[in-house]
Design a protein around this ligand. Structure first.
Ligand SMILES: Cc1ncc(COP(=O)(O)O)c(C=O)c1O
Length: 385
């Protein structure tokens, strides 16, 4: 069938996303290129989780599950989220989703009406803006301070009358970990309002701070209005398995479940059984990978400190560094130029206008690639001047 006779226009929702999306397709990799561009662990999923999936298939977990999630998995997640929150959470407050991405989609499409204002930090994970545009909402990006933390004054102002605030902690792309004080300020700004908060804590197990990580669920005043979004992708190295979940007030979860079951149906049943094994047995695997990322972070910071004209704040979580650079070239052009020098990184502008002048480098890469990749970045920058 040819498409020439088809007077097809994508829906307005799709056109809105296409017009505004900052997400860039990664160009084809050619031989010899070192990639520090990826957003996923380079580790394989731990063997015991893989074995649990194989066993689940053998045991007949090949059918649809409960649309809101495997009851045993939901009970385990409710217990886990309740433990974090410090008060009981019921399985009805949990929705198992196709990765964190579908949890974010279900939450945003369940909450945002056309014309609603949705606030998020700038730069941040670029999926949020696309989902808000899909829903017909109005994106209100609030630029970060130069230290990559929230500008509280600007945030307070932007939050007036907002339907939703979306953020990730630790942050992709900055690697910043937002503090208990920042979260308490957010609770203050949203007190006595109808504003909901979508806290995407995809990288919460990958934190290198001395102080323990503080979840939005642990902050009085914030927990009650928080939709908590989590994924098995990053902490368990399970990106390809596509499993995540959403937790929050029962009526909001019911609305999100309506979206998720309409678009996705139930999540993969064998994968949900494997996720139960991940939750119950894989803590040691998480610490092993966290330690490895910690060493690679040090290595990347060390290498970056030798590159002239590049300034890096120490990332505290996730597996990204977000250096700024002195050269007067747009980050997307710089990324193209650096590929010619054999290294792939992401432009800061992919994460918001305020990300311009930065690059995002992933240290979820082999140590030798981190060393050689950053050296190539240095050579590429030097070649500009
Ligand atoms: C901050 C953040 N949230 C959510 C996701 C979605 O992950 P997944 O759909 O694999 O669970 C990602 C992936 O890069 C991410 O960086």
């Amino acid at each position: 069938m040819t498409s020439s006779s088809l007077a097809f226009q994508p829906s307005e929702a799709v056109q809105r996303v296409e017009r505004t999306s900052l997400r860039t397709a990664q160009p084809q990799s050619r031989g010899g290129l070192i990639s520090l561009a990826m957003g996923e662990p380079d580790f394989a999923t731990p063997p015991r989780i893989r074995m649990a999936a194989a066993q689940a298939l053998e045991d007949g977990h090949t059918h649809y599950t409960d649309p809101q999630g495997d009851p045993e998995l939901r009970a385990a997640l409710a217990e886990r989220v309740g433990g974090l929150k410090g008060s009981a959470v019921t399985p009805g407050q949990i929705l198992v989703t196709h990765g964190g991405s579908a949890a974010l989609a279900a939450a945003i499409l369940a909450v945002v009406n056309p014309g609603d204002r949705v606030v998020f930090p700038d730069p941040t994970y670029s999926l949020y803006a696309d989902l808000v545009n899909l829903a017909g909402g109005i994106c209100v990006p609030v630029p970060l301070r130069p230290d990559l933390h929230w500008d509280l004054e600007a945030l307070a102002e932007a939050l007036h009358g907002a339907a939703l605030f979306v953020f990730c902690n630790p942050s992709n792309p900055t690697g910043a970990v937002h503090t208990a004080e920042e979260l308490a300020a957010l609770a203050d700004f949203t007190a006595d309002s109808g504003t909901l908060v979508l806290a995407d804590e995809a990288y919460s197990e990958l934190v290198h701070t001395d102080a323990p990580f503080v979840s939005a669920l642990q902050v009085p005043g914030l927990a009650e209005r928080t939709l908590y979004c989590q994924t098995f992708s990053k902490s368990y190295a399970m990106t390809g398995w596509r499993l995540g979940y959403l937790a929050g007030p029962q009526e909001v979860i019911a609305a999100a479940a309506r979206v998720h079951v309409t678009i996705n149906g139930s999540a993969n049943s064998a994968v949900q059984r494997a996720a139960l094994t991940a939750l119950n047995t894989a803590d040691a695997d998480i610490s092993r990978m966290r330690q490895a990322y910690g060493a690679r972070r040090t290595l990347m910071l060390d290498e970056l400190s030798r590159v002239k004209g590049v300034h890096t704040r120490t990332p505290q979580g996730a597996f990204y560094a977000f250096p700024s650079y002195d050269a007067s070239i747009r980050s997307a052009d710089l990324v193209r130029h650096l590929r010619e020098h054999g290294v792939a990184v992401r432009p800061g502008s992919e994460f918001g206008a305020a990300g311009e002048g930065h690059l995002r480098l992933s240290y979820a890469a082999a140590p030798k690639d981190i060393v050689e990749g950053v050296r190539r970045l240095g050579r590429g920058l030097a070649a500009l001047t």
